[in-house]
Design a protein around this ligand. Structure first.
Ligand code: PHE
Length: 344
């Protein structure tokens, strides 16, 4: 029996030499050391031996199984380390490779310009109208009729205004001035509001014109509001926004909903008044239209023009941003080129 044990141990050692993976080790463990393994078969026969032999052979059997166990464990550790090393080598991450850059979003120049203008007017006592008073889709009533725009005015033409298929009188607003009507309807003065938002015009797109852009409307109605107030507020706005040194001019103009009306020009930043492509050679760029609210408009919303007066203005946000930051093409605001956007 002793010899038998030695023989099995030799075979097992031999097998162990040839092993090359953890899976094969497990096979050997099964073959020799499991319940149905070769050693157990021998141990089962121990009961037939004399007490003396039992002790000797039993001790030998234990010694041999322990030796085999520890040899298996050593091999196992060795393979485990080797397999792990290989795996790590394959999955190795090269930390010297440059990382993938994902750029962080930022406020769009039009958003920051709008916010800046809004906060200037807030500091002058104006508040922003609620969203529902400044919808981008309007009926002709708010975009034109209530603003005293005659039925045959060219601005109503489909060449200038986008009509929707929702109904024949529903348009994409061509100006934020409709917000004036929403702000006055059913309310008593004093009213002092601004309404920023997007407007749409059926334009051919070029460096100066896009078929949508942004305006900020303003309205102040109270007893005794004069053209002097209009000039005071708008000059103050320009002084804060552009700084005191930028030349500006008031020019008389016409709008159906204001009387008298004016436009404000700011000296062209690209040519400093000399005249260039951007300002069509005039040296000036218009930034806003304004005027005293026409009595017809006040009457239309139930405000007595003999008691109250007011002024209104509407300015182009893109224009104001272009003039402050020397942007020479309006399309840059909308084609989402990061090289442009990240400069601001
Ligand atoms: N709505 C006019 C425009 O888009 C601007 C304006 C607003 C003029 C308010 C007078 C008063 O050109």
């Amino acid at each position: 029996m002793k010899e038998q044990l030695e023989k099995i141990y030799q075979n097992a050692s031999c097998d162990l030499e040839k092993v090359s993976s953890i899976a094969e080790l497990e096979e050997i463990r099964g073959k020799y050391l499991s319940r149905k393994g070769e050693f157990n078969e021998i141990k089962k026969n121990l009961k037939n031996l004399s007490d003396e032999d039992k002790r000797v052979v039993g001790a030998l059997a234990n010694e041999i199984t322990q030796k085999l166990e520890s040899a298996l464990r050593a091999k196992h550790d060795e393979f485990y380390k080797k397999e792990l090393d290989e795996k790590l080598k394959q999955e190795r991450i090269d930390i010297t490779l440059p990382g993938k850059f994902t750029s962080q979003g930022r406020e769009h120049l039009l958003t920051s310009t709008t916010n800046e203008i809004v906060s200037i007017f807030q500091s002058l006592g104006f508040s922003v109208v609620p969203k529902e008073h400044s919808p981008e889709v309007e009926t002709e009533y708010y975009n034109f009729d209530a603003l005293n725009v005659p039925k045959d005015h060219p601005a109503r033409d489909v060449q200038d205004t986008f009509y929707t298929e929702l109904a024949s009188n529903v348009v994409l607003r061509s100006q934020t001035s409709g917000a004036q009507i929403h702000a006055m309807e059913g309310k008593n003065p004093p009213i002092r509001v601004i309404a920023p938002g997007r407007v749409y015009r059926n334009e051919n797109i070029n460096a100066r014109k896009n078929n949508f852009f942004h305006q900020i409307e303003g309205l102040y109605v109270d007893k005794g509001v004069t053209f002097g107030d209009l000039k005071g507020v708008l000059n103050e706005f320009i002084r804060i926004y552009f700084g005191a040194s930028r030349p500006t001019r008031f020019r008389n103009s016409f709008f159906p909903f204001t009387e008298p009306s004016a436009e404000i020009d700011v000296q062209c930043i690209m040519c400093e008044g000399k005249g260039c492509k951007i300002c069509s050679g005039t040296g000036w760029l218009e930034i806003l239209g304004a005027g005293m609210v026409d009595p017809n408009v006040l009457r239309g919303v139930g405000i007595d023009p003999d008691v109250y007066s007011g002024f209104a203005f509407g300015m182009g946000v893109e224009r104001l941003a272009m003039l402050k930051y020397a942007v020479d093409d309006i399309r840059l605001f909308f084609n989402n080129d990061e090289r442009f956007l990240k400069q601001f």
